[in-house]
Design a binder for this molecule. Structure first.
Ligand code: ZN
Ligand code: ZN
Length: 395
């Protein structure tokens, strides 16, 4: 029996090669890619990371290098303001040092890069619950945020600096033993007074449906971050380019897609304050319908339509249509058929892999053929709510 195994593997392997035909980008490439929207650039960001300047294990230049490898547009190194376990080893009375070191590193590397990396000054205001941990990004001076005796003072100072503030890991079991994100009076006060602007729906390896509901109910910007302390590659199982294999999708860090008018700090800040984000986490896209819908429509398009040709019937005609779907993004799309038609080769659940094409053979039975409708089961627009995608058939 054991002799048949290699043959089976070879067959599997060649199948994988044949379905990946026609891609513009290899689905195994490390850099993350999503298309722009009509009016906005789609920028890739990770605004929650640590280095040795708080409790992380690496120097800021490593964070810069990781971000460049992942094809990111902007990052922030958000050191714990009140938790500095290596302060004796790496004394830094100026709490902006992590940002300054990263900025210098990025400046050097950007000279040789087509896609420049933007570094944004940030800190993690690290308190017990409530309010828990809150990231403040787009700050002017981290030193002024440090108020050991009073949680609210640092938050107010960050707001005075016109920073963007978001609530980190609101479902973290260390601060919410049931793993359920919920608002305390303190958070309600912050939201009511416009002192808190966003919430992490995804943090590191965790996704919280309750946090998503809080974001939607309170009009908070939806955020997803790595909160990395060690190495991105180890935490998210990202293979290096020379390790990439044909039989699995590379892991990736969670990123916040920011829909920005331009690639500037000002543009990103404006997008964050106006809630123009989505999260890419594992194989999920999570966000408000108004951004998830155009993002999926730009990513997944009808590439080609043709009639099934019959060489052996009387007139050679068939009511079966061949529709080629093209996915140019790094997210797969798990589609559920909402049409009256059935398919020739697929069940009513179809998985379109990242950066691939898939030809659907649709049995129209002569019914009007003007649009295709799917539920996208990995495009989440609310707790247990999935995007309904309409693809018009243009003649
Ligand atoms: Zn934290
Ligand atoms: Zn953190």
């Amino acid at each position: 029996m054991i002799n048949f195994k290699p043959l089976f593997l070879i067959l599997l392997f060649s199948f994988n090669v044949s379905v990946s035909f026609g891609q513009s980008k290899s689905k195994y490439e490390r850099k993350i890619f999503f298309p722009d929207l009509d009016n906005y650039k789609t920028l890739l960001t990770d605004f929650h990371q640590h280095t040795v300047f708080s409790d992380g294990a690496v120097w800021p230049s490593i964070r810069v290098e990781e971000a460049i490898r992942d094809g990111l547009d902007a990052i922030s190194l958000t050191e714990h303001l009140e938790y500095q376990p290596y302060a004796k080893d790496i004394p830094h009375p100026d709490r902006n040092r992590s940002y300054i070191v990263a900025s210098q590193s990025a400046e050097g590397k950007n000279k040789n890069l087509e896609k420049k990396l933007i570094i944004i000054n940030g800190q993690e205001i690290t308190r017990s619950m409530p309010p828990g941990h809150i990231n403040a990004i787009f700050i002017d001076d981290a030193n002024k945020l440090l108020h050991i005796d009073d949680s609210l003072k640092g938050i107010k100072e960050a707001n005075k600096q016109t920073a963007f503030l978001f609530w980190n890991h609101p479902a973290w079991p260390a601060q919410r033993s049931d793993g359920i994100a919920k608002l305390d009076e303190f958070h309600k006060y912050l939201i009511k007074n416009n002192l808190l602007h966003g919430i992490e729906v995804v943090n590191e390896l965790y996704y919280s449906e309750e946090a998503l509901q809080i974001a939607l109910d309170n009009d908070l910007t939806i955020m997803g971050t790595s909160d990395v302390h060690g190495l991105i590659d180890w935490l998210f199982k990202v293979p290096d380019d020379n390790e990439i294999q044909d039989n699995y999708l590379p892991g990736h860090r969670p990123v916040t897609l920011v829909f920005s008018k331009d690639k500037t700090k000002k543009g990103i800040k404006d997008a964050l304050f106006n809630g123009r984000t989505a999260v890419f986490y594992n194989e999920l896209l999570i966000g408000k319908e108004e951004y998830i819908n155009p993002l999926v429509k730009k990513s997944l398009t009808i590439d080609n339509i043709s009639d099934l040709k019959l060489g052996y019937s009387e007139d050679g005609k068939s009511t079966i249509k061949k529709v080629r779907l093209k996915n140019i993004s790094d997210a797969p799309f798990l589609l559920k058929n909402l049409n009256d038609y059935t398919f020739e080769s697929n069940s009513d659940i179809i998985n379109i892999e990242p950066n691939s094409t898939h030809t659907l053979s649709i049995k129209t039975s002569g019914k009007p053929f003007t649009e295709l409708n799917f539920e996208v089961l990995n495009a989440i627009i609310g707790p247990k709510k999935y995007l309904k995608l309409n693809l018009p058939i243009s003649k």
